[in-house]
Ligand binder design. Structure first.
Ligand SMILES: [Fe+2]
Ligand SMILES: [Zn+2]
Length: 400
């Protein structure tokens, strides 16, 4: 679908009427909905050949070219069912497709509908709800879309019965985007080693965490593939960071507020080789104060760098969040077998591992940026005619 088609697709709704107001237009639709569009918004959004097309980054006008008091000379419903507006004083002519207008309607309810609603979960979630078959996800559009939707909605997805040979993690990763770099390498082997810099290469229990919290922009989607499972233990434990943050917000609003406004110091230092540090928030909120990102990494928490008055309240808040993440009622535990892969949003879902002894256990992990995943999702949703999903506002992660 090209940009022109994108503007006109997806509405059976008709514009029944348009009424001029002091600073905008009220559009009445065949389903009874009314939309209000400010004059300045409409003038700015004109996508004619003179104004240019922001969808292809070829918008030629800049906001300072526009008159803040733009107002129409005339408004009419045109033959195509859209709106034609002639602007004063220069007579500039704009056309707005009906479907495009409706999809960009910005009353509170319409804006809310465009926001993706994550499906929060705890121990009661059945893992089977988040499982997909590798061949389906690889070979069919429907299977691929289910795979993407599961990862989007739950923040994780388990791909079963994929290839088992080392390196296969790249094949799963490539279904959502190009592999990115971590602090170490593209594909990292998680297997017991006698000399190791990371707990991942031990046989120890690993507490819940998000990866690389010491980076301003941590890895987006983690892809963890099982090559050889441990004979006993080494299970994967996941916690929905959005769920525990929501619980904290309900239980102790002041604690939540601290984690969403004060910064926490994370770092990792391997002498002469790696020296990363970030003073960042653990909970990110979007413009509507919804939780849009979580980062937790107790192993890499540095000495807190806080105003003295915040120290004790902050410790209480961190303590409470960690209690919630450690509580079995907030976790799911699952076993990956050879050929299974877990993908999880590293800006939402915390991962952990149970202890094991088997020296042959081998998992491989890599990552893809969240933007790339979102892009693949949008491209497929648009191709399959699901414009609402293609234009959905997804959580921005730790971007705030
Ligand atoms: Fe990790
Ligand atoms: Zn124009």
């Amino acid at each position: 679908m090209n940009v022109a088609e994108h503007r006109v697709a997806n509405t059976q709704l008709l514009i029944l009427g348009v009424a001029e107001q002091r600073n905008g237009l009220t559009v009445s639709w065949s389903d009874g909905h009314e939309s209000f569009f400010h004059h300045i918004w409409l003038r700015d959004c004109c996508y004619c050949d003179i104004c240019g097309d922001s969808y292809s980054s070829k918008r030629y006008v800049v906001p300072s070219d526009l008159c803040l008091n733009s107002a129409p000379q005339s408004v009419e419903i045109d033959n195509a069912g859209g709106l034609s507006v002639r602007w004063a004083p220069d007579g500039h002519q704009s056309h707005y497709d009906a479907g495009w207008l409706r999809r960009n309607c910005y009353d509170d309810a319409s804006r809310d509908l465009r926001r993706h609603k994550p499906r929060l979960w705890d121990c009661k979630l059945s893992v089977s709800q988040a499982e997909v078959d590798y061949a389906d996800a690889l070979n069919t559009d429907c299977g691929r879309l289910t795979f993407y939707r599961t990862l989007r909605d739950f923040g994780f997805v388990i791909v079963r019965d994929g290839p088992r040979e080392p390196g296969s993690v790249a094949k799963v990763a490539n279904m959502i985007g190009e592999m990115g770099e971590s602090a170490y390498t593209q594909i990292f082997d998680l297997t017991p080693k006698s000399k190791t810099r990371t707990i991942g290469n031990s046989t120890r229990h690993v507490p819940p965490h998000t990866d690389e919290a010491f980076r301003f922009s941590p890895p987006g989607v983690n892809i963890l593939a099982c090559v050889r499972p441990a004979k006993n233990g080494g299970d994967t434990v996941l916690t929905d960071g959005f769920n525990i943050a929501s619980k904290l917000r309900a239980l102790e609003p002041e604690c939540f507020e601290l984690l969403a406004t004060r910064t926490h110091r994370f770092h990792r230092l391997h002498e002469g080789k790696l020296d990363q540090q970030a003073n960042v928030r653990m909970i990110a909120l979007d413009d509507r104060q919804e939780i849009c990102g979580v980062r937790v990494h107790t192993r890499a928490s540095g000495p807190m760098d806080l105003a003295a008055d915040d120290v004790e309240p902050f410790y209480k808040a961190h303590h409470m969040l960690c209690q919630l993440m450690m509580a079995p009622e907030n976790q799911i535990r699952l076993r990956l077998n050879a050929g299974d892969t877990a993908l999880f949003d590293n800006h939402r879902v915390l991962h952990a591992r149970t202890e094991f002894t088997d020296p042959e256990r081998l998992m491989q992990i890599c990552n893809v940026s969240r933007e790339e995943f979102h892009e693949r999702l949008r491209i497929l949703a648009r191709k399959m005619g699901h414009l609402d999903e293609a234009e959905q506002v997804l959580a921005s992660g730790m971007a705030y």
